[in-house]
Write a protein that binds this ligand. Sequence first.
Ligand code: NAD
Length: 478
Amino acid sequence: MDAHYDFLYLFINGEWIAAGERDTARVVNPATLQELGRVPLATAADLDQALQTAERAFDVWRNTVPAERARILKDGANLIRERSEHIAGLLTLEEGKPLAESRDEVLRAADYFEWFAEEARRIDGRVVPSNRRGVQQLVKKQAIGPVAAFTPWNFPAITPARKLSAALAAGCSVIIKPGEESPATALALARALDDAGLPKGVLQVVFGVPDEVSKTLIASPIIRKVTFTGSVPIGRLLAARAAEGVKPITLELGGHGPVLVFKDADVERAAVEGAANRFRGTGQVCISSTRFLIQREVYDEFVGHFVSATQALKVGDGMQPGTQVGPLANPRQIAKMEELVADAVARGAKVLAGGKRVAGEGYFFEPTVLADVPMEARVMHEEPFGPIAVMMRFDQLEDGLAEANRLPYGLSAYAFTNNARTALDVGDGLEAGMIGINQYRIVSTELPFGGLKESGIGSEGGAEGIEFYLTNKFISQV
Ligand code: NAD
C-alpha cells in the first residue's frame, strides 16, 4: 500500500499552483490528528482567472467532437483505475474511511467517467413534424455552459466524479470546489483527466473559504449552471444565489433514510446487513439507513441481531487491516453525535450499543443503537450524519409508511419483505428518490441518483444525469 499523501495545489488554467503567499487550511488525518498537508485557498484574483479560463475553455470543449470527449473521459477512467491504490490511500488518510471502502469508492468513481464517456456519444436531438407545410423543426441539445460544482468531504471521489463526468461529457467546462477537509482525492481525479488529455482549463479545481467561493462563482455571469452536494441549509442558500442569476441548480442534500422491516422478511439478514450499511462511512453517508422501522412481531428479533452485529464491528484507523468503521471526519461531527445522544437519553431513550466517543486520539465515536426514542428528540428529526441508528416499531403498513414519509427529507428508503404485494405498495408509497427492496446497496452508475422533497433537485448518474448539463433549443426553418 502506497500511503504517502500528495502535495496540494489549486488547478487553474491548466497549471498546478502551490500555495505560495496564499492563505492555507490544515488537512488533518481524522484517525491520528496528524497534519497531512495544507490546502491553498484561492484569492479573488485566482477565482477571476478561473472564471475567465472557464469561459474560454467552454468554447474549446463544446466544439470538441463527442467521440474525442468520450475518449478523454475513458482514458481518464482507466488512469483512475490504474492509480486506484494510491488514490484510495489518499482518501483514507484524509477522510478516515476504511481502505476497502476507499478502494470501492475510487473504482466506482472511475465507472462514472466511463459511463458518461459513452453517454457523450448519445446526445442527440429530434426532428419534429410541423403543422405547416415546408417547415423543418429541429430540437437540439447543447451544453449549458461553464459549471460551478461544490462537493463535500465525505465522498471525495465519487461525488466529484458524478458531477464532473456528466458535465464534461455534455461539453461543459467546470470549476469545482471540493471540500477543503479532503482535497487530495479530487485533485488526483483532476490529475488523471489532465494526463488523459483534457484541454487546458476545461476542468479547474479551487479551494477557499466556501462562502466566498460560492458567492463569487455563482454571481458571475460566466457560470451557467450550479451543482451542490451537502447539507439542506447550504443547499437552500446556494439555490437562492443561483435564483438571482436565474441559473439552474442541481442539489443533492441530506436524508434520514427509513428502513421498513416487515414480519415476513428475512429478519436476520435485514438486521446484519442493516448494521453494516448504517455504519459504513461511519454513518456519514447521505443515503444511509438511519431509522429502522420494524413490524412489532419481529422487533425484538431484529434488534437483537442488529445490536450483536453492531457490537462486533471493529472501529479503528482506516489504514489498519480489518477496520470496519473509521473515525468521523472532523470534530464537528463528534460534537453533533454527543449532542444527539445526550438529547435522546435526556428524553428517555435507551442506548442499546455504543453511545459515546472512543477515548484516545482521533475522532472516533462508538457505533450507537438507540431505542424507545421519544418523538420530540432531535435525532427523530435531524439527519444523524454519523454512527447512530434508531430502532422503532410499527404495526400496519400504513403506519410504517406514514412514519417513513414523516420528515421533509426524501433521499433514500429501504424495505424488507418477502410479500410481492407489500413490496409493490412500499415501492409506490415511499417518498424517496432511491429505494432498495430487500437490499441496501442500491446506487449504480446507470441509475439516477437524487432525492425528493428537501433532499434535492435533479439527478446525477444514469441516462438522466447528463440532461442537467444540457439545454434544449429548437430551430424552426422554412
Ligand atoms: P456544512 O453545511 O457547513 O458543509 C457541507 C458542505 O458544504 C461542505 O463541503 C462545505 O465546504 C460546503 N459549504 C458550506 N458552506 C458553503 C457555502 N456557503 N458555499 C458553498 N459550499 C459551502 O456542513 P458540515 O459541518 O460539513 O456537515 C454538516 C452536515 O451537512 C452534516 O451533518 C450532514 O447533514 C450534511 N452533509 C451532507 C452531505 C451529503 O452527502 N449530502 C455531505 C456533507 C455534509
